[in-house]
Design a protein around this ligand. Structure first.
Ligand code: F6R
Length: 241
């Protein structure tokens, strides 16, 4: 596991974007595993900037997102499809028909999850998976549990996650209670994993993830077993190291 220390969020975003840029340059038809949330916003901004300068070409790339709220249509401004379109896809030359996100509107959870696993499989797996880290150690929406999850599944969000995500909604009551997420096994099958962690409020969970016991109660701790993980964290997130 490589850990890169970034000065601040801006530096973190540039370093992480550099790793994604290298991936796309070396393998133009890369399958990128992408995340939403606050952490990757700066990374997407950098990638857009380099695309606009002519340094990056996404025309052959595909993407598979980690998760989506259940019940939100793509045009809802809190849906992860809306997030990805407005913060990234609308500004680069990726073929939108090859950008995959679980279908939040499909009420049949088994169907959605099966279809999503088929998509991941038919793409041949993820080349580089970008991850943020939840305060409770979640990755994707894989919340603390008694066992590590496998494929895509529907989860009940924990109060910690609902509380953390309410900042994007007009009230806590508006935060969906369920989401579709890629499973831990699917995440672990990615060839490379890039985790970005920013802020003092993530320092204690980051230490547990990197150096604590591997347990499904801290889902990201399983990353200790992956052969190719890069962490880019800012100084604030590394204060307990
Ligand atoms: C988002 C996702 C989540 C976030 C995590 C951290 O697609 O899967 O696991 O990465 O909740 O969120 P932020 O970056 O907002 O702190």
């Amino acid at each position: 596991m490589e850990i890169y220390r970034a000065k601040d969020y801006k530096d973190l975003s540039r370093k992480a974007a550099n790793i994604i840029q290298a991936q796309v340059i070396l393998k133009p038809d890369s399958i990128l595993g992408l995340a939403t949330g606050s952490s990757p916003v700066g990374v997407y901004e950098k990638l857009i900037e380099w695309y606009q300068k002519g340094d990056l070409d996404f025309s052959k790339a595909s993407s598979i997102n980690l998760d989506e709220y259940k019940g939100l249509p793509p045009e809802n401004c809190q849906s992860y499809r809306y997030f990805m379109n407005t913060k990234f896809f609308d500004h680069i030359n990726i073929d939108k028909s090859r950008t995959f996100i679980p279908n939040g509107l499909e009420p049949d959870a088994d169907k959605t999850c099966r279809e999503y696993d088929n998509i991941i499989e038919s793409c041949g797996g993820v080349d580089l998976q970008l991850l943020g880290l939840g305060h409770n150690g979640h990755i994707g929406f894989n919340e603390p549990a008694d066992a590590f999850s496998r494929g895509t599944h529907c989860v009940n969000l924990t109060s910690s996650t609902i509380n953390a995500n309410k900042r994007f909604f007009s009230s806590e009551a508006d935060v969906p209670r369920q989401a579709y997420t890629m499973g831990i096994r699917s995440i672990m099958l990615a060839k490379k994993i890039l985790v970005i962690v920013s802020g003092k409020d993530k320092a204690s969970i980051l230490k547990k993830v990197l150096y604590g016991p591997i347990t499904p109660q801290i889902p990201a701790s399983i990353l200790q077993l992956h052969a190719n993980v890069t962490i880019v964290a800012d100084e604030a997130a590394l204060t307990q190291m």
